[in-house]
Design a protein around this ligand. Structure first.
Ligand SMILES: Cc1ncc(COP(=O)(O)O)c(C=O)c1O
Length: 404
């Protein structure tokens, strides 16, 4: 456990708010990769956090039909009733959770849902506990509220999951919000029901603590049945479940996410959203109803592809003894610990940190990855497997050659 520090870029003309804000490392990497590609190199981009598949046709058709039917006006701030009802049905059917439409807020991406909750619950003096490695935006979102972000580090030796004891040691009277994702971006860790039950036992001892359970990778799960924290005894009143359409339905550009929460939190989130963006895109919401109620085969097929690629990459990269892998159970990333490389000089380049390794991979093998520092773990790097098998095979070959 440690206090996270952030790099500040000071410009007195700008607000403290923006000066204190970090730009996402994923975007910085994308820019670097473009620069190397512009020099004429064949860059394999493993830095991206989105499916390499197109949105399923039946969802696109539903969107076109909604536009033709004239669903082009403003919607209620928390979303159209039909979508909130479809979300309630989904949560009942797949997660065993009972919600009313008044407890659902649809937003412009799960990112906005998370920001709404953070702004609704956190303020100066509060601590937000980020189970680390965490998704990049949790830190900035938590800190923009004035709260202090505390990293609760999960170790690779425990497949990047925290134990109940670690959680208990981290919580105190200032703790207000715990944020985690399962399946996790960047580690692919998936908490089982019994692991969540153990964490819930601790959380129940802290009546002032709430939890954001980010389940956006729910459908990209290669193993056990997905478990929702809100379904565990005593957690319904303390949990804000986040989900969305970007990952499971390959709908990143549609910007659609949602939260399910106790009504007082949902109302507060909608109040905030009402001043920032209002209800999200009307016809996209109609298409989202079709996504939730329609054929899940495309989602299953995409997940089968990620699963196959995961197995392939873990096998191909086995000879890289300086890369320690925890085999991910979900999402579409590998998150190897590369700290065995630190202190080595390879091809005349001295590698001292994960940032160095990421730069080295881009310069020498033209493979774009993301430093683990962006996710709160400076021993690791993140490789996305949301790209074709051919490209992944080529990337593996380049890596093996580089570290031969
Ligand atoms: C763990 C996690 N939560 C939330 C999001 C945000 O998703 P959306 O596209 O719905 O804003 C992402 C996107 O990368 C993510 O990885």
């Amino acid at each position: 456990m440690f206090k996270i520090s952030i790099t500040k870029t000071m410009n007195k003309k700008l607000s403290n708010f923006v000066n204190n804000m970090q730009a996402p490392a994923t975007l910085a990497m994308a820019q670097k990769a473009r620069e190397v590609a512009a020099e004429g190199h064949d860059v394999i981009n493993l830095s991206i956090g989105e499916p390499d598949f197109d949105t399923p046709q039946h969802i696109k058709d539903a969107c076109i039909a909604a536009i033709q039917a004239g669903h082009t006006s403003y919607t209620p701030v928390p979303g159209i009733l039909a979508l909130r009802e479809a979300i309630c049905n989904k949560l009942k059917r797949e997660n065993g959770l009972s919600y009313q439409p008044s407890q659902i807020v649809v937003s412009t991406g799960a990112k906005q849902s998370i920001a709404n909750v953070a702004l609704a619950l956190l303020q100066e003096g509060d601590e937000a506990v980020l189970i680390t490695p965490y998704w990049v935006s949790y830190l900035t979102i938590a800190e923009m509220t004035g709260a202090k972000a505390i990293a609760l580090a999960a170790d690779i030796s425990n497949d990047f999951k925290v134990t109940a004891k670690q959680l208990k040691d981290c919580l105190n009277e200032k703790s207000k919000l715990v944020i985690f994702s399962s399946p996790c971006n960047p580690t692919g860790a998936v908490y089982t029901k019994s692991e969540l039950e153990a964490l819930a036992e601790v959380l129940r001892e802290f009546p002032n603590v709430y939890v954001i359970s980010d389940e956006i990778y729910e459908h990209i799960n290669f193993g056990a049945q997905h478990a929702s924290l809100a379904s565990i005894d005593g957690m319904y009143e303390k949990t804000i479940t986040i989900n969305g359409f970007s990952k499971g339905y390959a709908m990143t550009g549609w910007r659609l996410g949602y939260l399910a929460a106790p009504e007082w939190i949902a109302k507060a989130a909608a109040k905030i959203q009402g001043q920032f963006t209002s209800g999200t895109c009307n016809f996209n919401q109609h298409a989202a109803v079709t996504a939730l109620n329609g054929d899940m085969q495309p989602t299953k097929d995409m997940t089968a592809s990620y699963h196959k690629r995961r197995d392939m990459m873990i096998e191909l990269l086995k000879p890289l003894t300086d890369f320690q892998f925890s085999v991910p159970d979900g999402a579409f990333y590998l998150f190897p610990d590369v700290s065995r490389l630190f202190g080595k000089i390879i091809q005349g380049v001295s590698l001292k940190s994960a940032d160095d390794v990421v730069e080295f991979l881009l310069d020498k093998a033209h493979i774009a990855t993301v430093t683990g520092t962006a996710f709160g773990d400076s021993n690791c790097i993140r490789l996305s497997i949301a790209t074709s098998e051919d490209k992944l095979r080529e990337a593996a070959e380049r890596l093996l050659k580089l570290f031969a």
